[in-house]
Write a protein that binds this ligand. Structure first.
Ligand SMILES: [Fe+2]
Length: 302
């Protein structure tokens, strides 16, 4: 199918699956993961626990790294309902990163015109029943799936599913809210069940959510910027500033590359002068991982 699933220009028109060979290299085995968790810097962990109501609306609790050793933390994730994100894989696990970048080059070559200028990665270890809420990333993404099974729902990148006003607020760090979501969006999802050895990519900015399918999951989420995504992110930031000053800026999907580039340049100056302060306060940690506790989430030990 060639139907475009996004209003933004770009070589990736819809979600697509690609093979990769990272599993054969042993990166997702228990012993390797336990070692990694032992040595990974505590400040690079995000530990989340998501709950959903009947309308699919999410609430989030965040956890501290705590004191479990790597093998215990791995067990807590495998038994619980946790979503654990290790940021900065490019420095935190250079061997995996080098192998993943080689795989990325192959995926990139499959989309004529796609040219990443900056890549970054997060290794995600998540519990068998963990689910990630509806959101978008202000970047391209290739999700390399290494272990377990997960179902990815990718939604159209149109104004109805991805309102630019909300994108501006996220890009300018004015809100911790995700995009507005309703169950009615489910009719519009492209649904992909991802198996180990497969990687998924989707159009720049396309909203998505994830459900693990009853197995402990390991994925490397690689995000990347292209010049067009940098320009658009900058334009969204500039628009957020204009809006905060009472303006009603034109939407970026009606701007050509020249106008986007000018707004990106403006965003660099605005950021230098601190035009918008981040309104995202540091999360207060509510639990720490514990083997045998409900959802793998034990009380904080001070
Ligand atoms: Fe994402």
């Amino acid at each position: 199918m060639s139907e475009r699933r996004t209003r933004y220009a770009g070589p990736i028109a819809r979600a697509g699956v690609h093979p990769h060979s990272l599993i054969a290299q042993g990166f997702a085995e228990d012993a390797a993961l336990a070692d990694l968790l032992d040595r990974y810097p505590a400040e690079l962990f995000d530990i989340n626990l998501y709950d959903y109501d009947d309308e699919g609306q999410v609430s989030l609790r965040t956890g501290a790294r705590g004191r479990l050793n790597g093998a215990q933390l791995l067990e807590a994730i495998q038994q619980g309902r946790l979503w654990v994100n290790l940021r900065d894989v490019e420095t935190g696990w250079p061997e995996l990163w080098a192998a993943a970048m080689a795989e990325f080059k192959t995926v990139e070559a499959g989309y004529p015109g796609l040219k990443a200028v900056k890549n970054a990665g997060q290794l995600i270890l998540s519990s068998p029943k963990a689910r990630v809420p509806y959101h978008f990333d202000a970047a391209g993404v290739v999700l390399f799936h290494l272990r377990g099974r997960k179902r990815i729902f990718v939604y159209p990148g149109d104004e109805g599913h991805l309102p630019e006003r909300d994108m501006e607020q996220v890009v300018a760090r004015q809100t911790t809210e995700e995009l507005p979501y309703t169950l009615a969006f489910e009719d519009d999802a492209q649904v992909v069940d991802l198996e180990p050895g497969q990687a998924l990519t989707w159009p720049l900015y396309a909203p998505h959510r994830v459900e693990n399918l009853d197995r402990f999951c390991v994925s490397l989420s690689m995000d990347f910027q292209t010049w067009p995504s940098r320009f658009r992110n900058g334009a969204l930031y500039t628009n957020a500033v204009l809006r905060s000053r009472g303006g009603s800026p034109r939407q970026t999907d009606r701007m050509g590359q020249g106008e986007l580039a000018l707004r990106w340049a403006a965003s660099l100056a605005l950021k230098r002068t601190g035009a918008l302060k981040s309104r995202i306060a540091a999360y207060e940690r509510q639990f720490e991982p514990e083997v045998g506790a409900t959802d793998g989430a034990g009380a904080l030990k001070t």
